[in-house]
Ligand binder design. Sequence first.
Ligand SMILES: C[S@@+](CC[C@H](N)C(=O)[O-])C[C@H]1O[C@@H](n2cnc3c(N)ncnc32)[C@H](O)[C@@H]1O
Length: 403
Amino acid sequence: MTEGQRQAHAFRNKLVDNLVADGTVRTQPVEHALRTVPRHQFAPEATLAQAYADEAVVTKVDQHGLAISSVSAPQIIAMMLELLDVHPGHRILEIGSGGYNAALLRELVGDNGHVTTLDIDQDVVNRATQYLPAAGYPDVRVLRADGEYGAPDGAPYDRIIVTVGAADIPPTWIHQLTPDGRIVVPLRLRNLTRAIAFDRRGDHLAGDGYGPCGFVPMQGAGEDREQLVLLAGREVGLRLDGGMRVDAPALRAALAHTGADIWTGVTVGQQEPFDDLELHLSTTLPGFCRLAAQKSAFDSGLVNASWRTASPAVVDGDSFAYRMRPRPVGEDHTSYEFGVRGHGPRGVELAERFAEQIRTWNERQRGGPGARITAYPADTPDSHLPEGFVIDKPHTRVTISWP
Ligand SMILES: C[S@@+](CC[C@H](N)C(=O)[O-])C[C@H]1O[C@@H](n2cnc3c(N)ncnc32)[C@H](O)[C@@H]1O
């Protein structure tokens, strides 16, 4: 082993140790694959420390400087591989390539399995075609194709993994699965993306676990980007799902006036995850969206949002509300209280509605088993859908319910 290889090995093991310790890696095969595949060989532009940091390595940006391809962050990759539940001998399709995840999949399926990875971008295909054999994975099939249509010549697949942000689930993905196949897809649910594991049940999909994630957006036939409506120069904006329309001038006027703050009495511990709160809000608040703000807007006091790029928010006509940065409570400041700020003529009313849903989540869903998610073909009548909140998309009707 050369000194470089020894260093890479040490970085890699440290990264995987952390993913095991924080519970992201739960099974031995996924752990073994992550300890084996040389991630740095799929990101040669990065230093070893960057390649083995728990962050995505951006490999291509568009004309506006926005990332359109990356080697995904290890934590998200590991979480999705655990959801995918790969077995030796499986046939797998990966949509959105680069090589690294395809190599991990090849480790998981073994010599009797098969991996096809495809990408819409020839530069990415070239990278995967070059890096996979160099890293010891010459039999992974690399294709240039629009993932919207899958890869019919290799179907059916036991597993499909989508590694690019999807606004919908095209029927080809369901039809190219084996009858008991599973797909893991980062699906946008009203401006909130969750990597969801779905099992095929005939013509529809039944969810079995999910986790928070962020991905570069889908290009090609399935492209359906979110919109950004600016409220104060480029400092503050609302991120909206594709078809949503808002009264931007009225909302700008609303932000220009001081907001009304409402504290909920619901607290959260410092390290406690609360991803399901966002999912609950997105399925119970009509007009759900997210607020993004630059640091200058925080510094000047224009906004006091929970996060820089994606604080849950809600719009109703000329008013909007968003979740504030939680305030510390108690003497030791180890827990924080959720609050909501409303702007506009009905800002208080909207903030109250928002706060009420935070309390409902706290009473009914917090710490529970999570949401049950399904996806049915778009022509499924209401009477055939399971109970729950329905999100209608061009190809599918997604239902979300809470046990
Ligand atoms: C986050 S990267 C994939 C990461 C990769 N799986 C890895 O090993 O880390 C997302 C990729 O999806 C690709 N992509 C975007 N739209 C696509 C589409 N319609 N079909 C196939 N690939 C697409 C992009 O070109 C980009 O390379």
